[in-house]
Design a protein around this ligand. Structure first.
Ligand SMILES: *Cc1c(COP(=O)(O)O)cnc(C)c1O
Length: 391
């Protein structure tokens, strides 16, 4: 009808990396259609419900008309205070709730917006790979360039900061770091964070530490907050989320804490793009942050039992795999003769067990598969038995 009309995507959308999980989604649908009894270990989303006391608080909060209006941009003072109190209690880190805490509509939102606040075209962002795909995509959207920091087994899945060329460092303005790590399940030591802080200070790089999995840990080994290390607040911020800790992925609530200037910049972007989190959800968030540790202990124990089943099962079969100390993922090398994709397909076809191909998280993840601990221990046993039979 309108001859000259056409809809053209922007370059930044055309430049998006191919969605590697699209083929997996298709394979999954096909398997389900064929009536395969699928054991889906590909999803990074807790299978357990949000604890009841949080849901109950939400139900009450929804009835309060005060919460039906626009929330404040930066988060309710009471929510930001609850975050500061939680940091004090959990990490012994002091935060000013007014200037050093910002509420987020899930930490993905904050991570996605961070480069818009600090990256100009031509600036470089240091991005770990394999890693959370939002880091390079957010960089792309801001017109920046990603410099990949490979996470390799031989380096305990920590980036080698000394391998970054000087020419890159000159242009680098931001770096993403994520421990406990998705997808490798690696954790970072105090020494590593110290190194990161010295490196960032020397090269004038803002550190964005993604701590989404800090509360999903095993064998009572509590992961550190980046902000526990002296000097951290001078160079960076930490992203946190209620999603994984409290089984609240659907609620969309998280926060960023740390350097006031970095928080201010991120807040400036958000003020112009979103209007904060539904206050009833923030009320539920306060309730969540005050959750009794026994509730979280139960969640951790559930994951730990599943981890033990899958880890010992794979280990016995001869898989090259490390025992996760945190996160609900297990990162395994695929058997000889396979690559990530071919092994995921093979496994699905022969066993009905679905994992995520490691290369979906970036090229250095090639040759690996990620299993999520998001099915019951009973189903996990079944998965192990099926894999044993098929191999
Ligand atoms: C799940 C996840 C997040 C964020 O989740 P939100 O629900 O947006 O808070 C952030 N980083 C990593 C590495 C994750 O796996």
């Amino acid at each position: 009808m309108h001859k000259n009309f056409s809809i053209d995507l922007a370059t930044r959308v055309k430049d998006l990396p191919p969605y590697l999980f699209a083929t997996i989604d298709k394979m999954k649908q096909d398997a389900v259609k064929k009536g395969v009894d699928l054991i889906d270990l590909s999803i990074g989303d807790p299978d357990m419900p949000t604890p009841k006391h949080i849901v109950h608080k939400m139900k009450k909060a929804v009835d309060n008309p005060a919460h039906h209006r626009y929330p404040s941009y930066e988060g309710m003072p009471s929510f930001r205070q609850a975050v500061a109190d939680w940091y004090k209690k959990r990490f012994n880190v002091s935060l000013d709730p007014k200037t050093e805490v910002l509420s987020l509509i899930g930490s993905k939102e904050g991570i996605g917006h961070m480069p818009l606040a600090f990256i100009d075209p031509g600036d470089v962002v240091l991005v770990p790979s394999p890693g959370y795909p939002v880091y390079p995509v957010a960089t792309l959207f801001a017109g920046g360039e990603s410099h990949i920091m490979p996470l390799l087994d031989k380096n305990n899945y920590l980036p080698d900061l000394t391998a970054i060329p000087k020419s890159v460092l000159k242009k680098a303005k931001l770096m993403f770091v994520n421990y406990p790590n998705n997808p490798t399940s690696a954790v970072a030591s105090r020494a590593f964070y110290k190194e990161v802080i010295a490196f960032a200070a020397k090269n004038n790089i803002i550190v964005c530490h993604d701590a989404a999995y800090s509360e999903i840990y095993y064998d009572n080994k509590k992961p550190l907050s980046f902000l526990q290390i002296p000097g951290a607040k001078d160079v960076g911020i930490e992203f946190h989320s209620l999603s994984k800790t409290y089984n609240m992925t659907g609620w969309r609530i998280g926060f960023a804490v740390g350097n006031a200037k970095a928080i201010f910049g991120l807040g400036k972007i958000k003020t112009n793009l979103d209007s904060g989190i539904f206050q009833a959800v923030q009320e539920a968030g306060i309730e969540a942050l005050n959750t009794d540790d026994s509730v979280l202990e139960k969640i951790r124990n559930t994951y730990q039992a599943r981890r033990d089943v899958l880890f010992s099962g794979l280990k016995e079969m001869g898989f090259d795999v490390r025992k996760p100390q945190a996160t609900f993922y297990l990162w395994a090398k695929v058997p000889k003769g396979f690559n990530s994709s071919s092994f995921v397909s093979h496994l699905l076809e022969k066993t009905g067990v679905l994992g995520t191909p490691g290369n979906g998280f970036g090229a250095p993840g090639e040759g690996y598969i990620r299993f999520a601990l998001t099915v019951s221990a009973k189903r996990m046993k079944e998965a192990v038995e099926r894999i044993e039979k098929a191999l």
